[in-house]
Write a protein that binds this ligand. Structure first.
Ligand SMILES: O=C(O)CCC(=O)C(=O)O
Ligand SMILES: [Fe+2]
Length: 262
């Protein structure tokens, strides 16, 4: 772990302040010259300071431990399965990514984020999050994500019968950003069993799941570096949402999907 900017690489962009798990104030900085993320003890002053192209708002996230950048990008896949009703299930593996901080900064910096607008009744409203989708042939913004897609494809192949190809990305800038109740039912998820694998970095947010037509909802917290996979009939017999919350720092999610699932 680097404690201070490297000599000669002092042009720093994108500064996040946060408390690590031991309660210490630290800063995460991107060195523009070498592209590395650096963590330094935070000096007193405003908790938040951010500057990056096209988006400037308070950024403050609680991080897990910083991992050694040379380590493997993700732990061995061994998720725990929770069976829901009607053939739906959800797999969870906490702290799957080895260096979620690096993935966080890469996603913030390298994804060509765009805001979407949707027609709703008589008005055109802004979709409350930033989005971008990488298709099968597009290079992903961080090697750990390419590795994650390969590992997920291998692990789930016996059950899924095909690889994960696309990577949908969402940027929840703060607690006001959200996803309303829906199933990923455009394409094959409407009629066939499939899987959607979500890698999450940044502040924890809750993924709520509820049976279509009513029933008790189930909450899965998606934390920094966690993996959550929705599978079986989940997209057509259940719905999911990421509700708004009063306070949250940024969270980014990458959803890996097989061909023709949206
Ligand atoms: O942010 C997430 O993890 C879920 C997003 C989602 O459900 C979707 O984009 O279809
Ligand atoms: Fe979804």
């Amino acid at each position: 772990m680097l404690q201070r900017p490297l000599a000669g690489h002092d042009e720093i962009d994108l500064v996040h302040t946060f408390q690590d798990r031991t309660g210490l104030d630290r800063r995460l900085e991107i060195d523009k010259a070498c592209g590395k993320a650096l963590t330094v003890p935070s000096i007193s002053g405003p908790r938040t300071c951010v500057r990056h192209i096209g988006y400037a708002r308070a950024v403050d996230f609680q991080t897990s431990l910083f991992a050694d950048a040379t380590a493997h990008s993700a732990a061995v896949l061994a998720p725990e399965r929770r069976h829901l009703s009607r053939g739906a299930w959800v797999d969870v593996q906490r702290d799957w990514l080895t260096d979620p901080d690096d993935v966080f900064t890469a996603l913030v910096e390298r994804v060509p984020w765009r805001s979407e607008r949707r027609e709703m009744y008589d008005a055109v409203v802004e979709v409350p999050r930033l989005v971008h989708t990488y298709l099968a042939e597009d290079p992903l913004p961080h090697p750990a994500l390419a590795r994650a897609r390969t590992d997920l494809s291998e692990h789930y192949l016996p059950e899924l019968g095909e690889p994960f190809v696309s990577a949908g990305c969402c940027y929840y800038r703060d607690g006001r950003d959200s996803v309303a109740w829906h199933g990923d039912t455009i394409g094959r998820g409407r009629t066939a069993d499939t899987m959607v694998a979500i890698v999450s970095v940044g502040d924890p947010r809750r993924l709520l799941l509820r049976p279509r037509g009513g029933g008790t909802s189930v909450a899965v917290t998606m934390g920094h570096g966690d993996l959550v996979v929705m599978g079986g009939t989940c997209q057509r017999t259940w719905e999911h949402a990421v509700p708004k919350v009063a306070h949250s720092g940024p969270r980014l999610s990458v959803q890996f999907r097989p061909l023709n699932v949206f």
